[in-house]
Design a protein around this ligand. Sequence first.
Ligand code: NDP
Length: 453
Amino acid sequence: MMPGRCQPAQLQKFMDGLVLRNPGEREFHQAVYEVANTLLPYINRHPVYHELRILERMTEPDRMVSFRVSWQNDAGEIIVNRGFRVQMNNAIGPYKGGLRFSHTVTPSILKFLAFEQTFKNSLTGLPMGAGKGGANFNPKGKSPTEVMRFCQSFINELYRHIGPNLDVPAGDIGVGAREIGYMFGQYKRITGSFEGVLTGKGLEFGGSLIRTEATGYGVVLFLEHMLNEVGRNLSGLRISISGSGNVSLHAAERALQSGAIVQTLSDSRGCIHDPDGIDDEKLRWVRELKEVRRGRIAEYAERFASATYHADARPWMVPCDVALPCATQNEIDAGDARRLLEGGVTAVCEGANMPTELDAVSLLTDSGVMFGPAKAANAGGVAVSGLEMSQNSARLSWTLADMERQLEQIMSDIHGRCVEFGREDSDSIDYVAGANIAGFRKVAEAMLAFGVV
Ligand code: NDP
């Protein structure tokens, strides 16, 4: 069955209802629009999904909690932040999805992320429902003890809403192994129970090998499948990567292993361009800069003479073969898409969640650029989180070789599902439609089985 785009009137009616129910939530509207645009034609061919209002139900979270997080800074002042957890859909497994700590966190952003997670988790083939959460807490510039006190206070409330068979959060922007450790420690202290309630844990207390690397590695594995599908590979291709966090640096590492030339990185203040390529040694230096010294990417251009720094800029003006947006949402707009096209881009694969604005996606795909959407391309992280849950339940640890093999297989299967549901008349692949339809089907079938609940 061919994918397709929706009739404008039907899409408009669906979106009018959604906007009315969720006023002002721009990111959530954007994520639902992109999915509905490709799913409604499929739903029209399967009237039972329409009659039982499956998509309407999938766009309404099962529940969403919001709570006060009070904590004391090093100066003894009391700070009040707001924490959230969106429990979106648990039709195929416990709620599962990351926690984001950033001053930019809003209900709209968490609902868009939780909605995307529904499809992503389904695509992995593992039994995971979808959730997302976090707080409007900015960890930048906070001391380690302030971060610890915040995490403990956050869990003092969140603990009552999560559990290994209920909801299993993980990391996201601003939440790495350190924060997961603090939160797991506090959960264990409150409940007295050692259980797999968070993923991304340290290896010493139930974490899984390659969880840290999995999202970035998975993005490049997915990209390689896309290229192989048209008889190409990564060797010698010039790659522009945005961000310099977990996803970006592991995507860069894996791309280098496949012989690509990584030429850019960025952070929230600007980007660097190194025409000589960011090799393994330079990458190690960036990792130390970001993970240990918590410095700015601008320092790269001071350290390596081959590089230039561009303040307040994204890397999309640099000519490249492949773009990997790995920083944050809406970081490629229509102007960026035009610059990428002028620079000769042939593939874009999303490491971050929803980094490409809707009109930018259209510009790229209409020009024949291969486009790997986040819910498929960056699913490697949550897939390994799912495997961490299995290891915790079975009280065992798989080896590095086991984990690498399983990640490779899962990314290959996700690519296969996108191809199966995204192949067009012209024989090209619409990965956006393929990912949406393949992710939707499994959740929708489970919801049908449960009746109207
Ligand atoms: P990190 O916090 O490790 O890194 C985020 C990077 O993006 C940093 O370089 C940061 O710069 C930059 N950044 C953040 N906000 C902005 C902004 N507004 N403009 C420009 N740059 C920005 O996060 P992750 O690498 O974990 O996550 C990156 C993306 O990948 C997010 O969209 C996340 O949801 C998604 N993702 C992550 C997964 C994971 O396993 N970690 C799984 C699936 C998706 P600075 O240092 O200046 O803040």
